[in-house]
Design a protein around this ligand. Structure first.
Ligand SMILES: C[S@@+](CC[C@H](N)C(=O)[O-])C[C@H]1O[C@@H](n2cnc3c(N)ncnc32)[C@H](O)[C@@H]1O
Length: 203
């Protein structure tokens, strides 16, 4: 019988991934290995997928908000927060990027393992949102950067994943124009692309 979910471990934590939800991969783990949440920080996880980054953040954070456009991902992330005993720390929201947030909230850390592949067609199902970054591959990232600054505290930081296939320099420039010190913090090289972790600090 086919199961409609997969299970995996990250360190000693157990997660499930529902069918139709992004299965954590090298890009996820590039953020996870660089993730340092300080005690009491407020964290926003955009595009939470199965919720792994929200769960990892919740152990030290005072509060985490996890958003995804995919309703199946939101259900999956809730299940993983329950499994790992951190559901009281995380609020889950189904919606588009930062649009569900009130203007008055701000965060010490914003995470986004963004969909970054250049794709000609509009997403056809929820799963397509995991990788479709529009024609340029930067469409979702560009919209995210347009408004993210409002939600980051001074001295707060963003961790954003992008591929070398979709114009990293434009992302760094966009972040700098909006008041961030932005740099490549880590990368993972593959035959056909490099996955880059961008870190940006608001000044
Ligand atoms: C590459 S996956 C990353 C999932 C998870 N954070 C991880 O690292 O494994 C990108 C996620 O962003 C979500 N997403 C794509 N476009 C979005 C949007 N406009 N608003 C909110 N979430 C979005 C997708 O549904 C998907 O879950």
């Amino acid at each position: 019988m086919n199961k409609s979910f997969k299970e995996f471990f990250y360190e000693d934590l157990e997660f499930i991934v529902f069918s139709g939800v992004y299965e954590p991969s090298d890009d996820t783990f590039l953020i996870a290995k660089n993730l340092h949440v300080r005690k009491g920080e407020e964290v926003l996880d955009v595009g939470t997928g199965c919720g792994i980054l929200a769960v990892l953040s919740a152990f030290e954070a005072s509060r985490v908000i996890a958003i995804d456009i995919n309703p199946i991902a939101v259900r999956c992330a809730k299940a993983n927060a329950d499994r790992n005993g951190v559901s009281e720390k995380i609020d889950f929201i189904c919606g588009d990027l930062l649009s569900p947030l009130r203007r008055s909230v701000s965060f010490n850390l914003v995470l986004f393992n963004a969909p970054y592949l250049p794709v000609e067609e509009e997403p056809k199902g929820w799963a397509d949102y995991s990788w479709s970054g529009g024609r340029s591959g930067r469409e979702t990232i560009r919209r995210f950067i347009e408004t993210v600054s409002e939600y980051v505290k001074i001295g707060g930081r963003i961790m954003l994943i992008q591929s070398s296939l979709s114009n990293l320099d434009e992302t760094l420039t966009d972040l700098r124009e909006r008041g961030f010190k932005a740099k490549k913090a880590d990368e993972r090289r593959f035959f056909f692309e490099t996955i880059v972790l961008i870190e940006a600090v608001k000044h």
